[in-house]
Write a protein that binds this ligand. Structure first.
Ligand code: BGC
Length: 770
C-alpha cells in the first residue's frame, strides 16, 4: 500500500519527484475518451522506469497461445489489447544531448490529473548534467468532443542559459507490447508522410490487419510570439515520423509547442481513405485551436459530471476515491459504439488482454443504467447478442450440441481467447452473468420487449448449455455439476459450486419464463425465434423444468450456510486474521497448490450469489453466510470488496462496509494490491460506484419502483448522488439529519424512502427527517 497521492476532491496530485513510482503515477493519471487513451507518460524521452502505453478502442492482436502443456480445446490465440502508435512524443535536445529526466537532477516536479476537466498537466524543473536548468510545463488531453483528436501545450523555459533548443515533435508506430508471447512486434508500417510541421504514420497490425493513421501538426511560440517561418527537418525512420526545429533562445525564454494530433482507425474509416481523412480531421481540429478545444473539453466534462457525480462531504479521501472511479469509467466507455466494451484495464495498461469479461455484465452494467441513456446499457447487451453465434461455436468446440452457447471468459470478437483449463473450460458461471444482465436491464428499464428482439435467443442458448452441463446423480437423486471453478478462482475443479449451480438453475427458469412471456405478448416474434433456434416447445421445455426443479444446491443446515462447493467444510477453516502479514497477498507469496487447498477466498462467491439474488433470501440467511465467508475472504480480486460493502450495509455491519468501501474506492490510488503500475482496475471501479449507490444509498429496484434506504457513514457529513430511472432523473441527498429527494424532471415521480412510498412533484425538492 502507498500513500503518496495528495488528497484532493477533484485532482490526482503527485507533488514530488518519485521516479520509483513513475509507472504507478502513469497509470493513475491516464487519460482517454472512449475511442482512444494513453498512460500519463512523459512527452520527452525518458529512460527511467516507465510503461509506455497508447491504446485505440477495438484494435487488438491475436497472439499465438503459449502454454506449458497444450490441452485439447484451448483457443489458438490470446487477444491482446494492443499498445498502439503514440502521438505524444516531443524530444528536446540541448547541446546535442537529449533531455531525459532520468539523467537529470529534478528539483521540482508535479503531475496532476484534473478530473473536473479531463486534463493532464506536468511541471518539472530539471538540472541537466551540463548544469543548464530547464523548466517543462505541459498540458495534455484526449478530446471527448472530437474523439479522434488530442492536443498538447508543451512549454520549455531556458532558466539559466542562452543557446539552442532543438525540439522534435513526432508520431511513433515502432511500439512494443510489454505483454507478448513470442517477443514479436505487432505493427507494420503501411506509409508515412512528413511535410512542413506535420507528420503521419499509417500502421497495420499483423494478422488482424487493422490500420491506424496517427498524425500530428504543431505550431511554435517564443515568448508569446508565433514563430512563422521556421525550418523543420524531416525525421523518418521505420514506423516513425517527426520534424526537428532548432530555436535559438536567450536566458529566461519560453518556447511553447502546440501539438495537435489525430488517431483514426480502419474500424471507422475505409483503409484507403485513412491518411487523407487523418489530415482533414487534424486540419479542422488545429483550426479550432488549443484554447477553444480545451474550453470545450472542460464544458463536456462539466456536463458528464452534472449527470454522474457523487458528492461526499467530510472525507476528502473518500470523495477523491469515488470521483477517480467515475472519471475513469467515463473516459473508458461512452456507449456510443456498440462494437466496443469495457476492458478490465481500459486504456491504462495491457494486462488481461481482451476487452470483455463477465465484469461488464456483473459489475459495469448498473453504472451505465443509472448514468447514461438507456441505449448505452442496451448496446452492452446487444454486443453479446451479436456474438451468440460464436458462443454456440465455442460450446461446440467443447462437445456441446444443439445450439448450446458458452460465452467466452475473455474475448475481443466473441471467440474465447483465455487459455488456462481451470478458467477456460471450468469458470462457466460467466454464462450466468450474461443472462442476469438481461434480467437486470429489464428490471431497471421496464424494456421487456428486449426479450422478443434479442434477449430470448441468448437466454435459450445459455439455458441449453446448462441443461447439457449438469448430470444426474443417482446417489443424490439430483442434478449436479462437476468440474467447475466458481468466481473464487482460489478453488479449481470443484463439484457443485453453490453459486454456479444456483445461477444455472435461475437461468433455466428465467429462460422458461421469458419464453412464455414472448409467446403471450409477441406471438409472431415467438414463432420466428422458435423456428430459428429449433426450440422444441414440448421436449426441451419439460426437460428444462425437470432439471431446474431437481438441481442440487449444497448447504449445511446446522451452520445455516450454503456451501461454496461439496467439500468446503473439509478444509481447515480459519480467518484471514490468522495469516501473517508476510503471507499476503497470497497470490504473490504462496504456491498455487497451497492456495487451492486453503479455505481462503479470492473474491465473493456464495456472497456474489446472495448479492445478485438478494430478494430470494431472508436477512438472517444473508447475515449467516456473510459472517461465515467474509472472514475467509482475502479480496485479491478488485471485484470483491464492493459486493461485501453492499451486503454489509444490507445486514447493518457498517464498520465492515466502510473498511471495504475505502479498499475498493482507493484500490488504485493507494496501490492496495501492489499492481497499479500495470494499469487501473477499470471494471471494479463500477463496483465502487455500486458500493455508494446500492451500499450506502441502499438503492434497489422492485416491481418497477426505485427504493432508497440510505446510511451515511460516521465520518461523512453529506452524500449526494444522481440517478436516472425510466425517464425520470433525481438527486438523493443524505445529511446527518435529513434525506432529500430532488426531482430534476418535469414529471412527478414515485419513490420509496426507507420503505415508505413518496410522491415527488415535478422539480420538487422534498426534505425528510432521517
Ligand atoms: C477475477 C475475475 C475477473 C478478471 C478480470 C480476475 O482476477 O478473478 O473474476 O473477471 O480478474 O477483471
Amino acid at each position: 500500500m502507498k500513500n503518496y497521492i495528495v488528497h484532493d476532491e477533484w485532482k490526482i496530485i503527485e507533488n514530488q519527484w518519485r521516479p520509483e513510482y513513475n509507472e504507478i503515477s502513469e497509470s493513475l493519471c491516464s487519460i482517454g475518451n472512449g475511442r482512444m487513451g494513453q498512460r500519463a507518460n512523459f512527452e520527452e524521452t525518458f529512460t527511467g522506469k516507465t510503461l509506455k502505453g497508447s491504446y485505440v478502442a477495438g484494435v487488438y492482436y491475436p497472439d499465438k497461445t503459449k502454454v506449458g502443456w497444450w490441452k485439447n480445446g484451448y483457443p489458438e490465440y490470446f487477444a491482446k489489447v494492443l499498445n498502439a502508435p503514440s502521438w505524444i512524443g516531443i524530444d528536446v535536445e540541448i547541446d546535442g544531448k537529449i533531455v531525459d529526466l532520468a539523467q537529470c537532477e529534478v528539483s521540482e516536479f508535479e503531475r496532476i490529473l484534473d478530473m473536473k476537466q479531463g486534463i493532464l498537466t506536468r511541471k518539472a524543473t530539471a538540472i541537466l548534467p551540463s548544469g543548464k536548468i530547464i523548466q517543462i510545463d505541459s498540458t495534455r488531453f484526449c478530446s471527448i468532443v472530437d474523439d479522434e483528436c488530442g492536443a498538447i501545450r508543451y512549454a520549455i523555459t531556458a532558466v539559466n542559459f542562452s543557446g539552442k533548443l532543438s525540439v522534435t515533435p513526432s508520431v511513433d508506430a515502432d511500439i512494443s507490447n510489454k505483454d507478448t508471447n513470442w517477443d514479436e512486434k505487432f505493427w507494420n508500417e503501411v506509409s508515412k508522410l512528413v511535410k512542413n510541421a506535420q507528420a503521419y504514420v499509417v500502421a497495420e497490425t499483423k494478422k488482424t490487419a487493422f490500420h491506424v493513421a496517427t498524425g500530428m501538426k504543431f505550431r511554435l511560440y517564443l515568448n508569446g510570439q508565433e514563430i512563422e517561418d521556421f525550418v523543420a527537418f524531416r525525421r523518418k525512420r521505420d514506423k516513425y515520423a517527426g520534424c526537428t526545429v532548432d530555436v535559438p533562445v536567450t536566458e529566461g525564454s519560453e518556447l511553447v509547442i502546440y501539438k495537435y494530433a489525430a488517431v483514426l482507425s480502419s474500424e471507422n474509416h475505409a483503409k484507403e481513405d485513412l491518411l487523407k481523412n487523418c489530415q482533414e480531421v487534424l486540419k479542422k481540429f488545429e483550426k479550432k485551436g488549443f484554447d477553444k478545444a480545451l474550453a470545450e473539453q472542460s464544458e463536456a466534462w462539466a456536463d458528464k459530471w452534472s449527470k454522474s457525480d457523487i458528492v461526499i462531504e467530510g472525507d476528502v479521501a473518500a470523495q477523491q476515491g469515488i470521483r477517480f472511479n467515475i472519471f475513469q469509467l467515463n473516459q473508458t466507455y461512452t456507449g456510443e459504439d456498440e462494437r466496443l466494451n469495457i476492458g478490465p484495464k481500459g486504456f491504462t495498461g495491457e494486462k488481461y488482454g481482451g476487452s470483455t469479461y463477465w465484469d461488464t455484465e456483473a459489475y459495469c452494467l448498473p453504472f451505465y443504467l443509472c448514468n447514461a441513456d438507456q441505449k448505452v446499457a442496451r448496446n452492452l447487451l446487444v454486443y453479446r447478442h451479436k456474438q451468440l453465434g460464436k458462443a454456440i461455436e465455442n460450446a461446440q468446440k467443447l462437445g456441446f450440441t444443439e445450439g448450446a452457447a458458452l460465452y467466452p471468459m475473455v474475448t475481443m470478437n466473441g471467440e474465447e481467447c483465455h487459455n488456462e483449463w481451470e478458467i477456460t473450460f471450468e469458470e462457466i458461471h460467466r454464462n450466468g452473468a450474461i443472462a442476469y444482465a438481461i434480467y437486470d436491464y429489464i428490471r431497471y428499464t421496464g424494456d421487456q420487449k428486449y426479450l422478443s428482439e434479442y434477449g430470448l435467443e441468448v437466454l435459450i442458448g445459455i439455458a441449453r448449455f446448462w441443461t447439457q452441463r449438469v448430470h444426474w446423480s443417482k446417489y443424490r437423486n439430483k442434478y449436479v455439476m462437476h468440474g467447475v471453478t466458481g468466481p473464487n478462482e482460489y478453488e479449481n475443479n470443484v463439484n457443485n459450486n453453490w453459486y454456479t449451480n444456483y445461477i444455472a438453475k435461475w437461468c433455466i427458469e428465467y429462460a422458461l419464463e421469458s419464453l412464455r412471456w414472448v409467446e403471450t405478448h409477441y406471438p409472431p416474434q415467438y414463432a420466428a425465434i422458435v423456428e430459428k433456434t429449433h426450440f422444441d416447445t414440448n421436449k426441451e421445455a419439460t426437460n428444462w423444468e425437470d432439471i431446474s426443479q431437481a438441481m442440487f444446491l449444497p448447504e449445511d443446515k446446522d451452520l445455516g450456510v450454503f456451501l461454496q462447493q461439496d467439500s468446503f467444510l473439509d478444509k481447515d477453516l480459519m480467518s484471514v486474521d490468522d495469516l501473517r502479514p508476510e503471507d499476503r497477498p497470497l497470490n504473490q507469496k504462496w504456491s498455487w497448490d497451497r492456495i487451492l487447498r486453503s479455505c481462503f477466498i479470492k473474491q465473493a462467491d456464495v456472497l456474489q450469489g446472495l448479492y445478485f439474488f438478494e430478494d430470494n433470501f431472508d436477512g438472517d440467511t444473508i447475515k449467516r453466510n456473510f459472517d461465515f465467508y467474509e472472514p475467509m475472504t482475502v479480496h485479491e480480486s478488485s471485484l470483491s470488496p464492493c459486493v461485501h460493502v453492499i451486503l454489509a450495509c444490507k445486514i447493518g455491519n457498517y464498520p465492515k462496509a466502510m473498511e471495504m468501501y475505502l479498499r475498493t474506492s482507493r484500490l488504485d490510488l493507494d496501490d492496495y494490491n501492489n499492481d497499479t503500475e500495470d494499469g487501473l482496475h477499470i471494471t471494479s471501479m463500477a463496483g465502487t460506484w455500486m458500493s455508494v449507490i446500492k451500499g450506502f444509498g441502499g438503492m434497489r429496484v422492485r416491481d418497477g419502483k426505485v427504493h432508497f434506504t440510505p446510511y451515511l457513514p460516521e465520518s461523512w457529513t453529506k452524500m449526494a448522488f444522481k440517478v436516472r430511472f425510466r425517464g425520470a432523473s433525481m438527486e438523493i441527498i443524505v445529511t446527518k439529519t435529513t434525506i432529500e429527494v430532488e426531482n430534476l424532471g418535469g414529471e412527478a415521480i414515485d419513490v420509496f424512502i426507507n420503505g415508505q412510498p413518496r410522491h415527488i412533484g415535478p422539480h420538487e425538492h422534498r426534505v425528510m427527517e432521517r
